[in-house]
Design a protein around this ligand. Structure first.
Ligand SMILES: Nc1nc2c(ncn2[C@@H]2O[C@H](COP(=O)(O)OP(=O)(O)OP(=O)(O)O)[C@@H](O)[C@H]2O)c(=O)[nH]1
Ligand SMILES: [Mg+2]
Length: 295
């Protein structure tokens, strides 16, 4: 098992933080100063783990709209609790399925609401209304480019079901009132605790080669056992999930017939399999972290 000292990362990959992310975060922090509004995308399945601390200083004095994506994959009740928790702190937040076109009105309305005051000031000064310059930020794979495509109504930027699809910033005009800057997904080099790393790995925002996948899968199985036992029972026809995570993983390997040459169960492959099952939504709607209110 990974220990606290190596932050859950393999020793050999302790310097895992890629150079392109250092550059991307620098460019985001530079550009933030120039935009009117920042749309911060968080994964509805783990909104806290997906909040990038490297952006917090730049976002402090900025107008921000928080958007939880992948609400279709999260536990609806928990998403409502998270939304409520953010709203209580006077943060504007909406939860969406970013693939849906019908988000456009909601997001544009929120953006205009946030910009109302500035618009009125400009008008009072006799300045012509300019398009709202908005930047979209968020961890890899959270749905930034998907949301932009949904807002435009056609595919204008590349999307893909793996982290690191967007490589560079790109401005997209949504209409005469709104311009959006797509940005590459960024993480941060050290997580406050191991669970954050596990959550980001489970949702597929950290490349599977970075964290020991077997540890992530065991953590994940323990989590489901405790929080969503029915999902394991339904998907893999288990009568009972009151056994070690390792036994459950081994049983799934047998069930899938994932065996090594020596006929032992291939637990590495099974670990990847169970995480993929979750990412595809086959294990049902699940939220990986509770909001503070009910901790
Ligand atoms: N189910 C579901 N899938 C989504 C949602 N938003 C995005 N996706 C999927 O998530 C994957 C990643 O989407 P992208 O838009 O490429 O993510 P990104 O944030 O731009 O990722 P990077 O460019 O790598 O930083 C794609 O397969 C999308 O179809 C959502 O709300 N629900
Ligand atoms: Mg992208």
């Amino acid at each position: 098992m990974a220990n606290e000292e190596n932050f859950g990362f393999k020793k050999s990959t302790i310097n895992w933080y890629p150079g392109h992310m250092v550059k991307a975060i620098r460019e985001i922090n530079e550009k933030i100063k120039l935009v009117d509004l920042v749309i911060v995308l968080l994964d509805a399945r783990c909104p806290k783990s997906s909040l990038n601390p490297l952006l917090s200083d730049s976002l402090k004095n900025k107008k921000c709209l928080y958007v939880f994506t992948k609400k279709d994959k999260a536990d609806t009740q928990k998403t409502n609790q998270w939304v409520h928790y953010f709203k209580k702190q006077d943060i504007r937040v909406v939860a969406i399925d970013a693939r849906e076109g019908k988000n456009d009105k909601l997001i544009i309305k929120e953006a205009e609401l946030l910009m109302k005051e500035k618009r009125e000031k400009d008008l009072a000064k006799g300045l012509k209304p300019r398009p709202i310059k908005t930047m979209i930020v968020g961890i890899p794979n959270v749905g930034k480019s998907t949301l932009i495509n949904a807002l435009v109504g056609k595919k204008v930027v590349a999307v893909g079901d793996k982290p690191g699809i967007t490589k560079a910033q790109q401005w997209i005009k949504i209409n005469q009132n709104l311009e959006l800057l797509d940005t590459p997904g960024v993480l941060w080099p050290k997580f406050d605790n191991q669970i954050i790393g596990y959550n980001l790995s489970i949702i597929g925002s950290i490349n599977d080669t970075i964290l020991p996948i077997f540890d992530v899968a065991l953590y994940f199985i323990d989590f489901i056992k405790k929080n969503y036992p029915q999902s394991l029972k339904n998907r893999y026809q288990f009568d009972d999930v009151n056994e070690e995570a390792l036994n459950i993983l081994t049983k799934i390997a047998k069930r899938q017939n994932y065996l090594l040459n020596n006929k032992e169960e291939d637990l590495e492959r099974t670990s990847r399999f169970i995480l993929q099952e979750y990412r595809m939504g086959y294990l049902g709607k699940m939220t990986l972290e509770q909001c503070k209110d009910d901790e």
